[in-house]
Design a protein. Structure first.
Length: 291
């Protein structure tokens, strides 16, 4: 059964806390219980309207994946931050962001400093680039790929929703999540938005956590933060091959992102089903997927 919590219902403090805990997979409570962590803040955002999602799809000639659609129908974007107190100084550490549907914009080169005949991102595409073994084909900056900024990564790069193998005039269907580092190299992250959301939560939004999926890894300072607040998963080999079930617990987007609801079963029908079940001596049980 899917429980849908509207923002009107969330006006009640207890209901809102349950909504936040459900949306963040309980990470807010975990952070609040970590020594030294302060100011765990979740930005409340209303659900996106369906017409905005349809407008985005028509404008960009892409179909939103179902899990991302359900996410936006639950909350139009996501922001969770937290600080750390070191002696008498408070430092901003964790930052988890998913852009709103309005900010899910194509990745384009800024035209602030553009000059005639200036190079563009498409000029960086080389089909004969050396590719990593067993890695998916990287995105292209030209019309072969449609790229949208999903997470600004606090200025350390960009996590992007990528549609590959695109054809002009044809609606793109399949997408992946890739990380574009500050040197404009691509690194594969996850095959779906749900998997990326799971990674973001489990990494606590720590600085440069996306660089754990690159050959060169995080900076020394970011490694110190990870060793301090993420000791259990800090030494995990988080290469793209590590996005399997052994590292990523299965996440049901229908439970975390409540974009759809099921109509309640009429009481009469429930009574009939119960009577029939008792008469046959069969006890039904709904399976619950636990981690």
């Amino acid at each position: 059964m899917v429980l849908y919590v509207t923002m009107e219902d969330a006006s009640d403090d207890r209901t809102f806390k349950g909504f936040v805990e459900k949306l963040t997979l309980g990470i807010t409570r975990v952070l609040e219980n970590i020594p030294g962590v302060q100011d765990v803040r979740f930005a409340e955002k209303a659900p996106a309207e369906k017409r905005y999602l349809l407008s985005w799809e028509q404008k960009n000639n892409c179909t939103l994946p179902e899990d991302l659609r359900d996410f936006y129908l639950t909350t139009d974007g996501f922001t969770l931050t937290w600080n750390s107190k070191l002696e008498d100084k408070v430092v901003s550490v964790g930052c988890m962001v998913i852009n709103s549907i309005a900010q899910l914009r194509p990745l384009l080169q800024s035209n602030v400093y553009s000059l005639p005949n200036a190079p563009t991102l498409a000029d960086l595409d080389f089909d004969d680039d050396i590719e990593e073994s067993n890695a998916p084909d990287p995105p292209h900056f030209d019309s072969r790929s449609r790229i949208f900024e999903l997470d600004p990564c606090n200025g350390n790069g960009k996590a992007c929703l990528v549609y590959k193998g695109c054809t002009p005039g044809v609606t793109a269907q399949q997408c992946e999540v890739w990380f574009l580092d500050r040197s404009l190299f691509w690194h594969y992250l996850t095959p779906s938005f749900t998997a990326y959301y799971r990674l973001m939560i489990t990494h606590l939004g720590l600085p440069e956590w996306q660089y754990n999926f690159t050959p060169y890894g995080r900076s020394p300072q970011a490694k110190q933060w990870a060793a301090l607040y993420q000791p259990l998963t800090f030494h995990v080999d988080a290469h793209p091959d590590a996005t399997n079930d052994s590292v990523l617990n299965k996440l049901d987007p229908a439970k975390a992102f409540n974009g759809k609801t099921k109509p309640p079963t009429p009481k009469k029908k429930q009574a009939q089903v119960s009577a029939t079940t008792k008469g046959q001596g069969v006890s039904g049980r709904h399976g619950v997927n636990k981690r």
